[in-house]
Structures are given as C-alpha cells and as structure tokens.
Design a protein. Sequence first.
Lengths: 178, 1119
Amino acid sequence: MPDRPSSGRNAAGAPLEGRAVGGRPRVQAEHLRVDGDVVPAGAPGASLLEVLRGAGIFAAKQACGRGECGACTVLVGDRAVMSCTMPAAVVTDEVTTAAGLGDDAADLRAAFADHAAFQCGFCTPGQVVRAAAVLRESVDRSRDEIAREMSGNICRCTGYRQIVDAVCAVAESRQAAR
Amino acid sequence: MIGESIRPLDWAEKTAGTARYAADEPPAGTLVARVLRSPLPHADIKRLDVSAALRVPGVHAVVTAADFPEGRVYEHSGGPYSDRPPMAVDRVLYVGHEVAAVAAETAEAADEAIRAIRVRYRRRKAVLTVPDALAPGAPQLHQRADGANVAVATAEHWGDVDLAQANAAFQAGGTFRYPRVNHACMEPNTTIAWWHDERLEMWTSSQAPHFVVHELANLFGLELDQVVCRDVAVGGGFGSKSKISEHEALAAALSMKCGRPVLLELSRAEEFAFTKPRHAFTTQLAAHADTEGRLCFLDAVIDVDNGAYNHYGPSVMRAGIKQLGSMYRPDAVRWDARLVDTNLVPGGQFRGYGQPQTAIGLETLMDELAEQCGQDPIDFRISNSGLPDTTQLSGSQVGSNRLRECLAEVRDRIGWDAKRGPERRPYRGVGVSSGMHASGSYAYPGGNTSAAGIEVRTTGEVVVRFGGADAGTGQRTILGQIAADVLGVPMDRVGVIMADWDETPPDMGAWSSRGTHMGGHAVRQSAEAMAARLCELGAEKLGTDDVTLRDGCVVSGADRIPIENLVDGALRIDTEYVEPKMQPYWTGIERPNISATYAYAAHAVEVEVDPGTGVISVLGYAAVHDIGKAINPALVEGQIIGGAVQGLGAALGEKLHYEGGRLVNAGYVHYPLPRATTVPSIDVGLVEGPEPAGPFNAKSVGEIALIPAAPALLNAVYDATGIRFRELPLTPDVVLAALRERDGVTPRRHHLARRPGRWQIGLFRALYPYGIHLLLDRWGTRFARRPAPRPVERVALPATVAEAVAELATPDATVIGGGTDVLVQRDQELLFPTVLVGTGAIASMRGIEEKPGGDWRIGAAVTLAELATWASERVPMVASAIATIASAQIREVATVAGNLGQEKRCWFFRNGFDCYKRGGVTCPCYAVDGDHRLHHAAIGGHRCQAVTPSDLATVFDALGAEVVLTGPSGSRSVSITSLYAGPGELDLRTGELVEAIVLPASALAARGVFVKLQQWDGDFALVSLAASVTVGDDGRWTGARYVFGGLAPKPWQPPRLTRALAGAVPTADAVAGVLDQDLSWEAHPLPGNRWKLDAAIGLARQATEQLLLGRTRDEESDD
C-alpha cells in the first residue's frame, strides 16, 4: 500500500497548470505579515527564521538551522514549513507562529499540557504548529498516520508517546464535535 | 496534590512559544560571538595573531587564553583532577579546542573576524583511540600520576574474591563497547553574558547555576555574588548542562572586555562536534554463578576514553564500576579500570553517568548465566535481586527495593511467557533488563544539602524560591505541588522562581537525579515551617490551637482566615535541608552510602529483526519502575518514556563517528536519533510503596530509565536471532553481517582480476592506507579550493522559463525550488550564490498535464507534496517514495527538480572535510579509509564514493522518465541516467535548468513498488529499490526495470536481471539469484559496505513479492 501523501492542495487531482502558489509577485516583498503584524523582509539571502527572530518574534526556535528537526516550524499560509531553510524572499503569504495560532489551537495546547507532551519545551512551538496543520487538513487519522505526519519534528525529551497521545486526543474530540 | 498529574506550571508559555530561552529577547546592544576552534587534534600554537580581527568593522572584543588569569583552570572535581584552562594555552588537544573568540555587532562581522585571525600550528602526533594512547611511546597529553595518558587508574575489589571464585560453577564473559553518544539537546548551548556594574549577569541554558557561578567566579577571580544567573527556560540538558559547558566562560570574557552583552549560541554542528559526549567504555566483564544459580562474582577490566581533559571522567568511571556492586548480590566484585586521555573532545556528564556503559555487560551476562543455569532470565534476576533494608557490596544502604515486583510486573506487561513460548514467530524476540539509580549523591562538598524559600504574599500567592534550574524535568512543577500540598493552597496560586540567586537561596542544581529528593525535601521543610508559622498566626487570631490549612485558609471548624490576611507585606521563610543518610565520597569512608534512597526498574522489549535487511523494529516496550511515590505521575511517566527512548537511540543507531579526530556526523541528518515513528508506544508501570527517606516516599526517576533500554534490546535481539551483540549501536550493517556469518554464507567474490575497468580504482584503494590518504590529507588539502563567503545580493522571481534562463546567465546565479538545500549548502560552505533564481512563479513549471499520446509532463517546480497527491491514484510508487523523503514540512516546499538536483549527502562532503569533491583533485576521498558503511557506493565508486541521494531519481529511472532541460540554446530531453554527471551532480550546460519531467504513458499502466532501507522516517536511502513492470494476461513480465538507489554513484540497474526478467514469470528466489550474479560481477564494495549488496537482495525479494502479490490481487478481483 502506498503511504498516504501528507498534504497538497490538489486532492481532486486537477492539474496544477498555471497556478502560482500564493500568487507570488515577481519582486521580493519589502514586508512580511506575521501573526497579524508586519515585519521587514530582511536581507535577500535571509531565511524566514532569521527574519522572524531578527524582528523579535521568538516563538520559532533555531535548533539545527538545516531543516532537519522541525523546531522552527511555522505556517506559511496553511502550509507548515521549516522556516530555517525557507528563503524569506519567496514568502508572500501570512506567516503564523505558535504564538499566533490563537483560539484555533487552544484545545491542542491544553492537550499538550494534559498529556505532559513537552518537557524542555524547545521543540514544542514547532510541534504545536505542525500538529495544528495536520489537524486542519484532516482529523480522520489513525494513530500511526499522526505519528508519521509528526515525524519531521524531533523531540529529545518525551520519547514522543505523549505528543502523539495529545494530537490523537484532539483529533478525537474534534471528530466528536463535528 | 501529591500524586496528581497536574499540568506543568509553565504549560501556557511553553506551548505558545512565549517561554523565554537564553537567546530570546536579548538586552539592547547585544553582540554576537563566534569561536575559533582548532582544526587539528594535537598541535602546538606557534603563532596566534588576532590583530586583523580587531580591525574588522563592528568587532568589539577578541579573547584568547591570554585574557584569562594565568594558570587558572576549571575546578571540576577539584584537586589533581582539575586540568582544563578555559582556552587553549600554546597547545591544542582536540579538534574544536577553543583558540579565540570574538564579539561583534553582527554574525557576519563575527564570522569575518574569525576568518581574519591568523594561527600557525605545528602538528603533533595525536592519539585518537585508547589503544593508541596506551601504546609505548605515545605522545602524552598531560603529566599524570597514574601512568602515561592514564588520568586515573583504579584496581580494587569489594567482598571476598577468593571465596567468590571458589563458589563459581558457571561463567559467562565478553568485551562490551558503548560508543560516544551526543545529548543532542534541542536548544543548542546558549549564553548571554553581560558584565556591568562590577557584576556578571548571565542568561544561560544550564541545569545547575551553582556550577556556572562557582566556575566563573573562580576563573575571573570574582566574589560569588558578582555572578548571577537569571531564570530562563532551558531547552534540555540530560546531564550535559549539569556543570559548566565552557562557552559561558568565553561569553563572559568577551563581555568583560567590552562591557556589552554578548550572545554566544552554538550551531548544531558545534553542538554535535564540540560539546562533551557520553564517555565511551570498553568493558571486559566476566560473571560467575554458583551451582544454585546465584551470581557470585563479577570481574571487570574497564577502559574509559576520557578525551582531552578530565572534567568529570573520574566520577563517571566510578559510577560505572559502582553499578556492578549495586544491582544484584554477588559475593565479590573486582575491577581494574583506567581513564585514558585521548585527543578527542572530552567526555562529559550524560544521563545515567557511566552506568549505561557497564549495564550492557552486566545485563547481557545475567542472561547468559541464566541460560547456562537453565533458568528463565526474569526468574534468574528475581532470585539474584538486591534486597530491601540491606547494605550492598558497593556500600549503598538500601531502604526500599522493589526490583522483584518490577520484574514480575514487566513480565505480564510485555507478555513474556507467551512471546517466548512455542508459538513464537521467527525473528521475533523479547529481552529484559534491570536498572537502578541513586537519588542524588554526596559527590562534592554540599551535595547533601539543598535550600528553598517559601513566601506568602498579601495577594494570596505562594512563591517557592529554589536555586536550581529546570531543564525540562518538571522539577518546577513538582516543587510547586509540594508547597501547595503542605500549605493547603490551590496550584493556581503557586509560583516558582528558580536559578536566580538574587531571588533564591543557592542550590547545587539538577544532577545525579537529585531534583525530587533534595529539592523536594528542601521545599517540604520550608513549607512545613511556613505552615507552622501560618497556623500559629491563625491560631492567635481564631483564639484556638486546633487549626489546619485548607483551601488557602487557616481553618478551625467553621471559622477560616485566608492566609494572605495573616501576612504583613510578605512572609518568607528559607530553610536548608541537610540529608542525614548521605555519606561523602572523599573523606576516606571505604564504601560510603552516597545517597539516601535507591530507585529500581525493569524494562522489557520486543523486537523483530528483518533477516533481509538487518533492520531491527521495536514492536513493544514495557517499563516498570519502583518509584516510591510518583508526585506527578504524568511527569514521572514522561521521564521514564523519554529516558527509555534515549537508551533505545543509543542501542539502535546513535554514535559519534570521527575521522582523524574530527566529527563526521555533525548533524541530525547523519545522527539517527529516535523519531516519532521509530519507537513504539511505551507502556509504563509504577510500583509504589513506602520509602521513609524520600520526600512523600518519592525516589528518583530522572536517569534510571535510560540504563536498562540498551541491554534489554540486546537481549531481545539475541532471543530473536541467537546472536549475542556486544557493541552498540546495532545498525543494519552490523546485524546483517552477523546474520550472514551465523548462516555460514561465504563472502561474495567480485572477480576483480577479470574486470580491467576496476584495476585502477582497486589499486588506488589498496594504496590508500599505505600513504595515499596521508599524502592527500596532509599536503593535498593545502591546495583545496574553498569558496569565499559572499552574501546573496538578489532574489529573482522570473515569470517565464526564458526569463529564468536569462537570469541564470549571471555568474554565480543558482536556481532554487523550495530553497531547502541552497541555504543549507551555504551554511556548509559549499556554495555561495549571489543571485537566487526562484522558479515558484513560473506557471509552466508549476503544473502537471497530460500530453497527447498519454504521456504526463510534470513541471520541475511542482512540490513533492503536490506530486504525491497527483500520483497517489495514478502512480502509487511515486507517492509512496515521496512519503519516505525528509519531512512533511520539507515536502511542502521542496520541488521535483530540487530533489533531483540536490547535492550528495556524503557525511564527509557535507560536514566540512576538504574531500576530493569539495576541495579538488589534490584532496582525498575520506570514505575510502573512513566510515563508509552507510552512505557510500558499493558499485562503481570512482575517486568519490558518494551516491546520488534523490529517491525521485531512482523512481523516475524505473518508470523510464525523460527530463526536459532548457537553456539559452533551447530545450533537450535526456534520460535519468544521462541527467547525472556524478553523484548528485546534474550534467547541465551553462544557463540550463530542469524544466519538466515527462512520464511515459506506459509508466502509469505499469505495476510499481518502491522499498527503501533507512535509519529513520525521512532518512536518505542506505539502499532503495524502485521496481516497475508490466504484467501480461499470461503473467509474463515485460518492460521490467529494477533500479537501485544508494548503491552506486547514480541510480543503478542490474543488467543481467533486466535481461532475465524480459518475458519471464519470475519468483523472488529467481530474482535474488540473478541479482546475486549481477552484484558479483558489477559491484566493487568498500570493506565496510559489502552488507549493502546483501541488503539490496533483501529489498529485491521484498519488492518482487509485493509485485507478485499485486498479480494475485488483480486475479482475485477479476474473479
């Protein structure tokens, strides 16, 4: 059985022809929209993470700087991405960090607390953002699927069980609330 | 309150990302620091000139050893063990040794200043292994009293050795190796130091401000109250931050020189390469049992790789030895142990502290003795378990000990009896291990003492003041719970201030699993004093002595007074707790009882070993702990699961690999620590019961859970395979090679004498160890090309392919898709493009469309996530391959062309080695003699042994895809094999880009399978196979293409197999047989990667079986 692909906005299988993601303009924007604020776009070669932290937005964490661990995960539009390897210059959509998720993630954050799904907390903002994206896309997921969807986010403290427990619990409660 | 799984106190900030870690919210004017480190493992510094660095605009301070008081060294364990100055003095002793540090306005200026520092080294012979260090005539790192390069030697015994030996009837023994392992805390070591107003203010990621304050005061000649650490969130420690971590002193020195706040944040590569890892142990252990099956004697010869300085190596070694006399009840334990200096980064403190290293030996031999005695491993452990209320050989005066209960419960939880019974499945096994750990230790003066303050404010808030730091253990919450419980106030009125000695009484911090025991007692004691005082005040007001504390009030019958009404301003009580049961290590007590309580555990694990690939899957895991009392069960479980998973990581993959003293795998991508999908859901059992010495009966839990994980896994793998592995980690290469040896398979012959095309490479490889490597490494790399760092000047986002091609005419322009490799290559100093040409706005490259004739054209800038969605129904093999690539986050932005065009992932090339591909023709390929087991070619390697990392290349090749390349002179189409000039190198003409991939109609009609051998979900392929075939109505195969990734510099198709499959009705055995011939005649493996050929056959069997199953399924659905 092929693994279910993680995401993609063309689930109907319609060809993507002519569709530029986010309607990218041809010149780099001077500003980025982040958590409802506007921040300067930074130097041409800057990563999105550098721009965020340079602007005093610390909810995205630098842990590897190479797109290998997920601690810097933010939403660009509705896509969860690694901000440390994403050139800020190609970002045009609104950026959302863990601090900007707001009420949408209240149940998720509470579940992380109730399941002790964090210890040192450094990877947690990235975990929460990734989990938010996974659940926005679908709440009808098995435990294994959720673990697979979350597997790009390294946690060195918890051993993962409680993180997966927390995300599963929210998936179930959102299913029930439907 | 005690015993409740309440939420961690800091949950709101931690889950929103607003908790403040050391690097967050730096004070205004904070400078950025960088460190110049030795590139050599052992050399004299002949000249060190920092003058040019000081002239770089924006640089405010440069420090070297000369900026520290002469002769000053870190205190560490003190006395003769103190051997390390804060920076290299005239000589460097390991790769990474700090030579200079700079602070500048920007990171770029700091980097430039580092490059401007001139150092002339004179290379000395280095000792990189323990045997080298002990060889006669080896260069000596230090003057040591115990022998050349022997930092500490100890040969002693406990108990009556003669009697124990006389009793011995059964014997088991072996040599066990535990490698260097990195903590890999998610937060890199980070400090902001600010010298102002004659005081050093530190925001630092530490478990133990005590050691930071004391060491800095000592180094700089300050009073203790001139150094203060602020209360910041700490992103993991696992022991590494339980003492000073060196970078704090550099940040402090820089700030003291310029008076500005200085931020020193290690990169992930520095974190892996230069922080102090777990000490590697080589333990020759023999275990003896008497005729009754009673363990009677343990005899150990232990060599510990100290690295270049002592730090806490002496006590790590001692703790490892101590464990041998603490778990069971032998009559005697004898040891001969040496702590040996080597020119590697020094070892440090890591969760478990020497005990995981010796436990793999002890617990393996317990299993072997059980087997010899004809006993079940769990029964054998139960009958040999230490007992409650006894003094053990090691001197531990044990109160409660419920190891036997733990072993009994873990048997049920893992389903031991059924899984070892006659119905068992082949290649599945279960294993068990015991574990124990003290709760704190009296290892240093003051180790038996802790202090805490309790304050009641007029707002009704209760504030706990505690001088240790919480690196994620949950200590903050536990201490708050204890205070709330004693004072009868609800948790939401309790706050805890930690680490900041302006606000708290001092404490020694979090190490030796002392947080709950020592801190818990200190807070309990202060809270009890506060409770007594509040009751006294309340009693006065209520006019009765019959009062209690409840719901934030002093209560007597129906009368109550809120506690805030009893305090005038604020009431604060600080007390110091001195643990009466602890005895000190250093005062001459022969076998001191260093701790007050001892925790025990039993872990059991079930594994499945894949005989085709050597991959071990952990199917189930149960951990049962004698905890005394779980003050917060959810947090206790968190410590247990987290510890067990760290132990599994070390058992299954984690290891620091060095080449010439330099770390090879300095990144998460090359360091296979556990991921969410690689570990099972761990089942935890808590055994509770009285422990009068513990606070509320609680015993420690921080370190113990890591210890039994690896030995339990080793025992399970034995149960599954009959093979005793005695060295970690159990990577697939090790397992597969051992299985082949077990089965008596003769090594494959490669007929090199009859393959003239390989003679030149064969000769070259043969001569590598005899001078070629040395010549190219020492002298050739002097001519290595190293691109000069330059900033990106411009990002172009063209709207058409023609515009993109025009942009690519600019020198040093690079095309980017998602950009996920370009910024990484900049960071790795492989590539410094000045213009980035993005393809995301080129509509024609962003779509997937069907062409006349049924072929499909996939735009090169389509993301992997988009392609997977499109492919899931049409070409499932493509979707299943994409699901194994990197992470969901990367797949969202990474493009098809970016995946095909990504640079090779060879760990030498990527991690800064001046190799043939990075530095040029005068440079060596480090893989030839270095560690090439996992990531290098076994077929067709030339001067470079790297492979093409792209999984899509493998899949597209199997599907017969064509690649459309467009450049200034128009478009052309090439096959996947002609797309590559070398490993991960596209054969593009100047100004050309990958515009699209064309999948032939036949690809969509074919049946396909992708299988991949990887160490974690998202890893690059060690070996992968994409197989595509069209199956006729008669079951005959046509157009079969089996393409392997990870085996050769480019995707590789076995020629004999391709011919044999044409028109055949194959079986998995037949495919394996023909492939074996191909591998014999085509492969030219390096000594360490022969196993990949066997794994390729394993994958081919898997793939063929799946393809054949597909046929069966079709036939069934036809019926």
